[in-house]
Design a protein around this ligand. Structure first.
Ligand code: NOJ
Length: 565
């Protein structure tokens, strides 16, 4: 008996030692820019595309939907490029079948979309919105496409903003939990992948610190930290709700989708640069991931914000704290991690002296740089740096215990009003980024699926319709909002079909063929103004002329009759 006990203990110690030695540190000092890797993804790897409610649905005031903070924000003059709104956007609300057929065409495994909170609970009362999402989910499943559903992609009901101050207020935790419960109850029989929040970094920083996004508040130095604090609590509450009330019946998973740009030290042999780069990443993805995986904020955030707050003469840190009960409640509330990634920066140390106007940005004491050689085909902030993706994924692996990862967003935009369907630069971006993800999987990162961002061109938040991320081009000027495939559709389809990159010749062939087919789509698109012109003629000019003719004949008849009498 004693012997058995000793052997048991020895095994236990051995397992502990093995676990401890398995926990590696991220290696900042080597950055291998290996050449392109030809090979395939693990069997069962899931390929998808994504979208979000406010960016694509339109129908902003239809069928009883309530207002969201984005409806109100976009209707204020001067907030959005050209005062664009998402009022009708791609009209996705009316095009479920059409859009699912585009996904079918791509042979996708999954589709990531979000549920608009005010569409299903406008004022606390359920309405037709549930029907719309049921139809979408059913249509996806009928086509063998797995729904991956985000519960919060930024469209908070406006009532909650007005009444409580939105994410500045702790009461959002319970309201969000009620909404999530309704989602589990209504859709959880069919939805098995839930994402609580999309990119809470943006919600906190751009919504409550810089005010570029809805609700447009500029609460410098405090707003973002407070919003993030409540979002983390809301996320963990929803995870616990699922775990205790729904998991055994529905057998799904609940995760969160975090966005993270990668920060590379300007000089990987310089300790100060390495520390600065690590701060950049910790203030970005680590801000949310560290509490969720380890129970508390990254030490470096606590140190820096605490010190700067003290220098400002504040009695407590501007970064809120979790109680020890909260820490253990929050820790481990993630069945999978969603990762949205687009770009990279070089980072170096830069001291910002503490003043009364400290912000999230000055708290970090860093400077961001870009290499002028990096391609930047679209959005001003989006440089194509594929190797940053592999670095970020390896960082996540080492920091958070190699969690299960779904890439929830990755893609590239093109510049203003560009009607070029032969998007060779997007093909290049996808090819290289997906390849770096493949290398990361070979490094041992546990990536299970990839979501290209996005299916359609759509409303790009404060940039309105000026930045197009879609695989499909949407003609927003045409009231039917027709979709046209860009060349990248063909290319992505080939990657999906081969589950990776079989060999060089084939991949080059895909690219050539994709660019060949897009020229015919370009012709269709070029004919589009003519078609809309024709439509205008048949729908407006002809009926107006006819009505006028009838009116004039009536007047003429009356005139004749009068003359006779
Ligand atoms: C992240 C956001 O989640 C998404 O909505 C947006 O379209 C992309 N960034 C590109 O800006």
């Amino acid at each position: 008996m004693m012997l058995l006990y000793r052997v048991g203990r020895a095994c236990h110690v051995l397992v502990l030692v093995l676990c401890l030695s398995a926990a590696e540190d991220f290696d900042w000092t080597t950055n291998n820019h290996d050449s392109f890797y030809y090979g395939t993804f693990p069997t069962g790897f899931s390929w998808g595309v994504g979208s979000s409610a406010y960016q694509t649905e339109g129908a902003w005031d239809k069928d009883g939907k309530g207002l969201s903070i984005w409806d109100v924000f976009t209707h204020k003059k001067g907030k959005i490029f050209l005062n664009n709104t998402g009022d009708s956007s791609c009209d996705g609300y009316y095009k479920v079948k059409e859009d699912v057929s585009l996904m079918k065409e791509l042979n996708l495994n999954h589709y990531r979309f979000s549920i608009s909170w005010p569409r299903i609970i406008p004022t606390g009362i359920r309405c037709k919105g549930v029907k719309f999402y049921n139809a979408l989910i059913d249509e996806l499943l009928e086509n063998n496409i797995t729904p991956i559903v985000t519960m919060y992609h930024w469209d908070l009901p406006q009532v909650l903003q007005e009444k409580y101050g939105g994410w500045q207020n702790i009461s959002m935790v319970n309201y969000f939990n009620d909404f999530a419960n309704l989602c589990f109850e209504q859709f959880g029989d069919r939805v098995k992948h839930w994402i609580t929040f999309n990119n809470p970094w943006s919600v906190a920083v751009e919504g409550y610190e810089t005010g570029e996004h809805a609700p447009g508040l500029k609460l410098m130095g405090t707003g973002a930290y407070r919003a993030a604090h409540h979002i983390i609590k809301a996320h963990s509450k929803v995870w616990h709700t699922y775990d205790s009330q729904w998991r055994s019946k529905q057998r799904g998973m609940v995760g969160i989708s975090l966005s993270g740009d990668w920060g590379e030290p300007v000089d990987i042999t310089n300790q100060k640069d390495i520390e600065a780069a690590e701060r950049y990443v910790q203030f970005y993805i680590g801000w949310f991931a560290t509490p969720i995986f380890h129970g508390d904020y990254p030490q470096v955030m606590k140190d820096f914000i605490g010190r700067k707050s003290a220098q400002q003469g504040l009695g407590t840190s501007r970064l809120p704290t979790f109680s020890s009960q909260e820490k253990s409640y929050i820790k481990g509330t993630c069945d999978f991690l969603g990762v949205g990634h687009f770009t990279t920066r070089y980072i170096t140390q830069k001291n910002f002296p503490s003043t009364r106007s400290n912000t999230y940005f000055t708290d970090r004491d860093i400077a961001e740089l870009v290499d002028p050689k990096w391609p930047d085909p679209g959005s001003e902030w989006l440089y194509s740096v594929p190797w940053g993706f592999r670095r970020l994924l390896n960082f996540i692996k080492t920091q958070y215990g190699n969690p299960m990862i779904f890439i929830t967003e990755n893609g590239v935009s093109e510049k203003v009003m560009c009607t070029e369907l032969c998007d060779d630069w997007r093909i290049q971006y996808y090819k290289d980024y997906i390849n770096e993800m493949l290398k990361a999987i070979r490094d041992g990162v546990n990536v299970k699926g990839y979501t290209a961002w996005s299916l359609l061109d759509k409303f790009e938040w404060d940039e309105g319709y000026s930045e197009r991320f879609g695989l499909y081009y949407v003609d927003f000027k045409n009231k039917n909002k027709p979709r046209y495939p860009k060349a990248s559709v063909q290319f992505y389809k080939r990657i999906i079909g081969s589950n990776g990159f079989p060999h060089q010749r084939e991949v080059e062939n895909w690219r050539r063929k994709a660019t060949e087919t897009c020229s015919s789509s370009n012709q269709l698109l070029a004919a589009d103004p003519l078609t809309s012109h024709m439509e205008m003629v048949t729908e407006i000019v002809v009926p107006t002329v006819c009505t006028l003719c009838i009116l004039m004949s009536a007047i003429f008849l009356m005139f004749l009759l009068r003359k006779r009498n």
